[in-house]
Design a protein around this ligand. Structure first.
Ligand code: 8X3
Length: 249
């Protein structure tokens, strides 16, 4: 039995990028962070660094999600549904439908699964659900395909939850980042093709960083209890819109 009195924050996809940066930031804000991800070596090192806990969790596994809820306990102050990702950039006409299914699993269904599992503890703690969405959830772009559709789905889950929980002491927020140069996002999308991943950010003076988003997570998580940040869209200054990116050679 832990004597830790810090409020608990659960971060999914905590092994790298925005998830790891957010875990660090939430720990700095005074939370005991449960770092959940598949890559145990990474989350164990992170948990040690931030005096948190590591829980191996594939958010698409019902057993893992149930075990995460048990590990999190009866009161969870913050759930950051961060696990997600894009697989591919092909047009719909050439869609890899297995990749679409995986994107729906991790970006939409897992958000519902983890939220559902932790909801009693979130209500008990008068807590907050934060979903890492994307500007891809607000507008379509060529090749966005399954990722655009999935992030629109995640946005819909957030908005539905907020309506359904209107009489409960739980807040629901979506953070929707645009271009973030985070460890892994573009590499995952292009199956490890570094040249293609690099091209996403080519000539952009300063894409957002994982720390920029973690800063927002920390701010959202520490607003007074009556303040619900519904949705926060954030882009680098060089990205006026999804397609309107200032690039220099
Ligand atoms: C990341 C934003 O533009 O790659 O979620 O879809 S984008």
């Amino acid at each position: 039995m832990s004597n830790d009195t810090r409020p608990i924050a659960v971060v999914t996809g905590a092994s790298s990028g925005i998830g790891a940066a957010s875990a660090r930031r939430l720990a700095a804000e005074g939370f005991e962070v449960i770092c959940a991800a598949r890559r145990v070596d990474r989350i164990e090192a992170l948990a040690k660094e931030i005096d948190g806990r590591a829980v191996r969790c594939d958010v698409t596994s019902a057993e893992d999600v149930a075990a995460l809820a048990v590990a999190a306990g009866n009161e969870v102050a913050v759930l950051l549904n961060n696990a997600g990702g894009a697989f591919g950039l092909e047009p719909v006409a050439e869609a890899d439908l297995d990749a679409w299914r995986r994107m729906f699993e991790v970006n939409v269904i897992a958000v519902a699964a983890v939220t559902k599992a932790l909801l009693p503890a979130l209500i008990a703690a008068r807590g907050q659900i934060i979903v890492m969405g994307s500007t891809a959830g607000q507008v379509a772009y060529e090749g966005g395909g399954g990722y655009v559709a999935a992030k629109h789905g995640a946005k819909a889950v957030v908005d539905t939850l907020r309506l359904e929980l209107f009489d409960q002491p739980v807040r629901v927020c979506e953070i929707a980042p645009g271009m973030v140069r985070s460890e892994g996002f573009a590499l995952t999308r292009f199956e490890g093709d570094e040249a293609k991943a690099e091209a996403v950010y080519a000539g952009v003076a300063a894409p957002l960083t994982a720390e920029d988003i973690a800063d927002i997570v920390g701010w959202v998580a520490t607003r007074p209890e009556h303040v619900n940040i519904d949705r926060l869209t954030v882009r680098p200054r060089a990205q006026a819109a999804q397609h309107k990116v200032h690039r220099v050679n």
